[in-house]
Design a protein around this ligand. Structure first.
Ligand SMILES: CC/C=C\C/C=C\C/C=C\C/C=C\CCCCC(=O)SCCNC(=O)CCNC(=O)[C@H](O)C(C)(C)COP(=O)(O)OP(=O)(O)OC[C@H]1O[C@@H](n2cnc3c(N)ncnc32)[C@H](O)[C@@H]1OP(=O)(O)O
Ligand SMILES: Cc1cc2nc3c(=O)[nH]c(=O)nc-3n(C[C@H](O)[C@H](O)[C@H](O)COP(=O)(O)OP(=O)(O)OC[C@H]3O[C@@H](n4cnc5c(N)ncnc54)[C@H](O)[C@@H]3O)c2cc1C
Length: 674
């Protein structure tokens, strides 16, 4: 066993990997964090939040009953929220604590193997108050929410409808006599369903309901609604609320249901930034864009790209470290069993996960900056950039969550049987991230939103009208010849854009054909949706590839030579991987030949070998403390087998030498006395 500086006993294979790494790990950490200052600030926050040991459980969460798990999660949420109000608020340098800080959010992961019941309070309740309230409403609600005097959630989805918001059934009918809204759930399918924290934790929620005033329906609007007594926490009369039951993950989030029986709230509890109902019941539209009430969803879609990048970084750290200590099979009889990381197929499974974590992390920062610019313009009354941003955030949310879920599962495959243990950390990561593909807008549904934008942009390009930046490549779609293949990074990115343009053109052509053949526009669109989803996916891959490449070139401009090399290798790997995944499309839409593709495969395999010696260094650069990983397989010291055994011995099943099930069932059955 090798000793490190701080006297930690480290598995010798991992120690060897670290000795072999040829680049400065800290420099890459700074790139991933967005600069040295951010790294220092993150570390300070982690030290304060995690060094006290407050995040630890006496008994592993996985051995608790559902009720114990929930109560334990509330206990730790309260500890963490108190830390946020006190020590962490100042350190995080945020005006309003925690609300948009990925570091605060990530540090919280040390406290929860699943999720906090407060996630929706900070993730959607507070952002909705910030985004949908008038200044007067904000000054009343925001301090109470930030100080955790009230805890809230976001109740939009109903039993009958999640995707189709316009189809929601909950009604909010204005009564000018009492200046109140009457909230009502007219059917079983109108019951709110899913909101995180609603089951047992929150006392307030944002409710999205169909607004009726003066006998007219004005569509869905948000309302802030008290559902439990602020002192006793008992549900208020007219409210039917509870928890929806066990799920694949999110089992500490007490997702809930909620129904209203003619439940009254004051007029001022409608969130009135974008639309108002006056005392006499007159409806006044304030916003210049009809979809601004969907703003919180757009915010969360942006946040999620960062969230899944972080979770993928965790899974790849676990799987790469484990692959460095795990030895299996004997391809060369005279040599020792190799580390499984030496198998090229293993590298193929894992290095794309590292590269994707980088790509998504950098895209998320870029997306956040674009979002801030759109918000700043909207403050000045200009909503022109919103359609492009909605299209962009929709596809990035869809692809980042779907790719991350797939790659986390691939990391589990890479860990063999031990990856299936809860204690490996990977099942919880997968259960969490696979939900992100569905919530906040399902994958297919969001890609079809992007496709709407692409088709419109294509028609603009056809009419030689100006295009917005992310689709400017469509201007080249009418050259009449296939894009020229060239295997440089810029050449591959141009090919990805040609794929997206080509697929969009095919969709438009097919829809026009179908309409000429007599189909309505809606039916022609529906018949083309498989290809429209593929076009939007191709567009998103082009955007991610282009952004990742540009950002890495920019961020490594002053890096040391070896960091430049390894970062360049990772971006190239990302481009080769996706080119090889899409060979059929490249053959359709570019001049690539069979020989070019065979050469590209060989170049890809050689690149894997070049990255191999730096693999552990690359995941170390994510700088994920053991407390965040929650993993027997991925800890920094690589004491995998010791940890697996330690965890197994904690199982309550091992507390008694003979299980009660023996005398109750096994013995009678074996003795023929059952
Ligand atoms: C410290 C802690 C800090 C942070 C927390 C950290 C992490 C938090 C992470 C996560 C939070 C935790 C958990 C979240 C749990 C999940 C919560 C939820 O799921 S809430 C519910 C979410 N629900 C959805 O997302 C529903 C999806 N459906 C829709 O968005 C819409 O219904 C639709 C599919 C977009 C369709 O809408 P609609 O029918 O109204 O519109 P049309 O299709 O007819 O389109 C008309 C026109 O409008 C454009 N448009 C649609 N949406 C938008 C938008 N948002 N912005 C701008 N424009 C929009 C659309 O493109 C059309 O344009 P056109 O083509 O006509 O020009
Ligand atoms: C863990 C978790 C937490 C959640 N938390 C919250 C919360 O806090 N608050 C809240 O309000 N909601 C929450 N939700 C609900 C979530 O937002 C919805 O489940 C999600 O938006 C998908 O909607 P749906 O369930 O209605 O799916 P559906 O729309 O019924 O989707 C089912 C299938 O139909 C397809 N489909 C639907 N419409 C179309 C279409 N137009 N074209 C093609 N295909 C289509 C979808 O692609 C999907 O494959 C949560 C969900 C989960 C899983």
């Amino acid at each position: 066993m090798t000793q490190t500086n701080n006297n930690m006993t480290v598995n010798p294979d991992l120690a060897m990997e670290r000795a072999k790494c040829n680049f400065n790990v800290l420099e890459v950490t700074h790139i991933f964090d967005g600069g040295e200052r951010n790294t220092l600030q993150r570390k300070k926050i982690e030290d304060v939040a995690l060094n006290s040991g407050a995040s630890k459980d006496a008994l592993g969460e996985e051995h608790m009953s559902p009720k114990e798990k929930y109560e334990n999660a509330v206990r730790k949420s309260c500890i963490y929220a108190t830390m946020m109000k006190n020590e962490l608020a100042e350190l995080s340098g945020l005006e309003s604590f925690g609300v948009s800080s990925p570091v605060i959010r990530r540090t919280a992961d040390a406290f929860f193997k699943e999720v906090s019941p407060f996630l929706l309070h900070l993730g959607m309740f507070v952002p909705t108050i910030m985004g949908q309230c008038t200044p007067e409403q904000q000054s009343y609600w925001l301090p109470r929410a930030l100080d955790m005097q009230i805890i809230g959630t976001y109740a939009q989805t109903e039993l009958g409808h999640g995707t189709f918001i316009r189809g929601l059934e909950t009604t909010a009918t204005y009564d000018p006599e009492t200046e109140e809204f009457v909230l009502h759930s007219p059917t079983l399918s109108s019951y709110k369903w899913w909101a995180g924290g609603l089951g047992k934790t929150v006392n307030y929620c944002i409710v999205v309901a169909q607004l009726y005033t003066k006998g007219e329906c004005h569509g869905t609007h948000p309302f802030i609604v008290q559902i439990r007594d602020e002192d006793t926490h008992v549900p208020l009369p007219g409210i039917k609320v509870g928890e929806i039951g066990p799920k694949m993950g999110f089992n500490t989030a007490d997702n809930g249901f909620l129904g209203f029986d003619h439940y009254r709230i004051p007029r001022e509890h409608m969130l009135m930034k974008n639309a108002q109902v006056l005392k006499d019941g007159t409806y006044v539209k304030v916003a210049r864009h009809g979809k601004l009430t969907y703003g919180t969803m757009v915010f969360v879609r942006v946040v999620l790209v960062n969230e899944v990048a972080f979770n993928l970084a965790k899974a790849s750290t676990i799987a790469v470290r484990y692959s460095a200590i795990r030895r299996q099979s004997k391809p060369k009889p005279d040599e020792v069993e190799p580390q499984i990381l030496d198998y090229v197929t293993q590298q193929h499974k894992l290095f794309i996960a590292i590269a994707t974590a980088h790509a998504l992390q950098l895209c998320s920062t870029w997306l956040w900056e674009s979002f801030s610019a759109v918000l700043a313009q909207m403050k000045g009354g200009n909503t022109d950039t919103l359609p492009e941003f909605h299209a962009l955030s929709s596809c990035l949310k869809a692809i980042s969550t779907s790719d991350s879920a797939h790659l986390i599962e691939q990391c589990r495959h890479a860990c063999g049987g031990h990856g299936y243990m809860i204690s490996s950390g990977i099942p919880n990561l997968y259960n969490f991230v696979s939900a992100t593909r569905t919530y906040e807008g399902d994958y297919t549904v969001l890609l079809l939103q992007t496709a709407r934008f692409l088709v419109k942009a294509y028609e603009q390009a056809e009419a030689k009208k100006p295009l917005t930046p992310t689709v400017s490549y469509l201007a080249h779609a009418f050259s009449g010849s296939r894009a020229t293949w060239d295997n440089s990074p810029d050449g591959i990115i141009r090919s990805f854009q040609a794929l997206a343009a080509g697929k969009t053109a095919v969709c438009v052509t097919n829809m026009r054909k179908r309409m000429r053949a007599g189909l309505s526009q809606v039916d022609a669109w529906e018949m083309s949706t498989i290809q429209l989803v593929a076009a939007a996916e191709a567009h998103c891959r082009a955007v991610i590839a282009d952004t990742y490449r540009k950002e890495i070139v920019r961020l490594t401009a002053n890096s040391s030579p070896n960091v430049k090399v390894v970062m360049d290798q990772l971006t190239t790997l990302y481009l080769y991987y996706w080119a090889l995944e899409r060979t059929g499309d490249l053959l359709m839409f570019t001049s690539v030949s069979q020989k070019d593709l065979v050469d590209l495969q060989i170049a890809y395999e050689e690149l894997l070998l070049k990255i191999r010696p730096n693999a552990v260094g690359l995941v170390d650069a994510f700088d994920l403390r053991d407390e965040l990983l929650h993993s027997t397989l991925g800890s920094y010291d690589g004491r995998v087998y010791e940890r697996l055994m330690e965890e197994a011995l904690k199982s309550p099943m091992n507390k008694e030498p003979v299980s009660d099930a023996y005398s109750k069932y096994l013995r009678p059955m074996m003795k023929g006395k059952l």
